[in-house]
Design a protein around this ligand. Sequence first.
Ligand SMILES: Nc1nc2c(c(=O)[nH]1)N[C@H]1C(S)=C(S)[C@@H](COP(=O)(O)OP(=O)(O)OC[C@H]3O[C@@H](n4cnc5c(N)ncnc54)[C@H](O)[C@@H]3O)O[C@H]1N2
Ligand code: MOO
Length: 404
Amino acid sequence: MGGQNLTSLDDALEHLLSGAQVIDRTETLPLERTLGRILAEDIRVPADVPPADNSAVDGYAVRMADTASGAPLPVSARVAAGQAPGTLEPGTAVRIFTGSEIPAGADAVVMQERTEPRDGGIAIMAAVEEGQNIRRQGQDLRSGAIALSAGTPIRPQEMGLLGSMGIGSVEVLQPLRVAVFSTGDELVDPGQPLQAGQIYNTNRYTLTGLLQAVGCDIVRCETLRDNRENTRSALLGAAAEADLIITSGGVSVGEEDHVRVVLEESGELSLWRLAIKPGKPLAFGFLDGTPVLGLPGNPAAVLVTFLVAGLPYIRHCQGNRRYHVLGEYLPAAFSVDKPSVRREFLRARKQANGDLIEIAAYPNQSSGVLSSACWGDGLAVVPEDTTLAAGDRVLYYAFSELLG
Ligand SMILES: Nc1nc2c(c(=O)[nH]1)N[C@H]1C(S)=C(S)[C@@H](COP(=O)(O)OP(=O)(O)OC[C@H]3O[C@@H](n4cnc5c(N)ncnc54)[C@H](O)[C@@H]3O)O[C@H]1N2
Ligand code: MOO
């Protein structure tokens, strides 16, 4: 616990992750539809990749011993990629291409640029080493090994690797089903005129984008008015069909802040008020066993709390065992004069200063200013109880790294 009975982000994450349930629903998908999914099974290599020794270059397959005399070698055969290679006749060379299988008996491939036509055959113009230009059977994957383990997120390169093994479909975890609620009587959807006291709904779109970016299924996306009973019934309804409920707004201390109260009254509030800025009033709990992540209403606080607290939890629930975020320490182009008991996440970006890369922070860090995040490319972290002078190293997380 930090000051003011705030929970530190580290303690909050430990609490969130220790209770997180990984999805237990799987499905089998053809390879081309697996991008962004999480493998539900270990993938064992069915047969060596590549399946046989093959040539790395266009040239000639030879037996090294036949090249010692320097005499030209007649070309006895031609093996195009895709053809069965046959056997190298002693004392000859076989014309071969990149990817062609190596004929039995050959122990080196000479690049065609290192040869010259002579006396109806080829003369080899450079010393030959055993094994040169041969890509060995199984150099990429060995039969029987685990190539990819359960919990691996599938990127384009994993799709390619699965294809290289001849695996056309894999078992993956189903997407996390998330219900999203914005709360507030003041909210109006874009496209309609604003009346006095109203503002346009921002968080609905930030959250929709974030959830799409991280591969969740949005099963509900609604706006709740500031009414306790409606809030209660909407959240309980969503609890029956979603793996996770995310709300924005209604978690602070005002009498119109119903989300947290509904958690307390009808479920369980297990976390409230973190030592982070923005995002202090974040709430977390359960309704009918379904986790509810109550993000604060301020638009920049929504983005920050989703990234630093929600996303590690979501990645865990998605079954992703590879999620780790590595920040980097770079000199700050700004200063922080007043220490805070809350860890502060500044909307920031990298900038060049001569040959130095430094971190600049958006001048207005109000949690109501979402422009800060559109200007920025990431978050700079000011630790609790810390001041910073320009030039001090500050921890920086790129949005792309956080969302990775
Ligand atoms: N007395 C106190 N007041 C406040 C505290 C506090 O500790 N004591 N904390 C402040 C902090 S920090 C935050 S953050 C906010 C969070 O309050 P809530 O999560 O209850 O959010 P709301 O009050 O509903 O809204 C806050 C702010 O955000 C606007 N908002 C809400 N939803 C949306 C949306 N979907 N799109 C655009 N803007 C939205 C809302 O109009 C408010 O301006 O509480 C502080 N107060
Ligand atoms: O923490 Mo609130 O989220 O600063 O605006």
